[in-house]
Design a protein around this ligand. Structure first.
Ligand code: NAP
Length: 257
């Protein structure tokens, strides 16, 4: 495969939830490729420093920071319109904004259930629906962040697992529906990734993780951003409607004798 096929198709992107963690690394990766990228989070004060740092670096891509809660459809519409105004179009949408908390199902409030479904699933609907005309204008790519929790039992995260399973289904259905408009829709389902948020739970220093070690079950944000970059590039041209699991070494349970 020639290296040029990994160059991201088109020149503009929108990454939701990019004030920290995986979204921030995706924005840095895109900017390094020369992709002009809108980033959003719920607080302008959280995305501004990310934009400042990237815009003041040598990265050829420009970052536009916007305060936008993906649950708020009108705010999402305004964000997409501003992106198109500023950059002249939208080629790549990364639905990364997400949230989770652990709670047994029996203790889970209706508000807790709805909040997690709202951010992780309805937010993806809002962004895809708001961006559909811009993406179909010249073709594009959508990458949805799911989770391995969508594929297996998650007794303390029923709400999160169910919402992400909805994202998997939406990814397959939209992949089919938008193919005729030259828009590829795919997703990434990470395992445990050492983001600042996850680190407080898992007690792992992301800087200690060695990418060259195969035998791991904790990944870095770069290892997700690289797969997102691949899915946004022509190197993945025949991948449509797929969810790529990125979890390191698979678990294996011995059968009892
Ligand atoms: P993170 O570090 O907690 O970052 C989440 C980002 O989403 C932040 O920028 C946050 O910004 C933003 N956000 C939260 N709610 C939002 C909303 N309603 N509207 C707009 N932005 C919002 O998360 P992460 O670990 O990088 O995870 C990124 C994605 O990967 C998520 O979809 C997550 O479910 C998925 N994932 C992560 C892991 C992991 O181990 N880290 C594993 C599997 C899947 P503000 O707080 O500033 O709004």
């Amino acid at each position: 495969m020639s290296g040029s096929k990994l160059q991201i198709d088109g020149s503009t992107a929108l990454v939701t939830g990019a004030s920290s963690g995986i979204g921030r690394t995706i924005a840095e990766t895109f900017a390094a490729q020369g992709v002009d990228t809108t980033i959003c989070s719920r607080e302008q004060g959280n995305v501004d420093p990310v934009a400042d740092e990237i815009n003041e670096s040598d990265a050829p891509g420009r970052i536009l920071p916007i305060e936008c809660d993906v649950r708020d459809r009108e705010a999402v519409d305004r964000m997409v319109a501003r992106t198109v105004d500023e950059f002249g179009g939208l080629d790549v949408l990364v639905n990364n904004a997400g949230a989770a908390f652990k709670c047994d199902f029996d203790e889970l409030s209706e508000n807790g259930w709805k909040t997690i479904v709202d951010i992780n699933l309805n937010g993806v609907y809002n962004c895809c629906h708001a961006a559909k005309d811009a993406l179909k204008d010249g073709g594009g790519s959508v990458i949805n962040l799911s989770s391995i929790r969508s594929q297996e039992a998650a007794p303390h995260e029923t709400h999160y697992g169910a919402a992400k399973a909805g994202v998997n289904s939406l990814t397959a259905s939209l992949g089919n529906a938008w193919a005729a408009d030259d828009v590829r829709v795919n997703g990434v389902a990470p395992g445990f990734i050492a983001t600042p948020g996850a680190v407080t739970v898992g007690d792992t220093d992301p800087d200690e993780i060695d990418r060259t070690t195969v035998d791991r079950r904790i990944g870095t944000t770069d290892e997700i951003a690289d797969v997102v970059e691949f899915l946004a590039s022509p190197a993945s041209s025949f991948i449509v409607g797929e969810m790529i699991t990125v979890r390191g070494v698979p678990t294996f349970t011995e059968k009892p004798d």
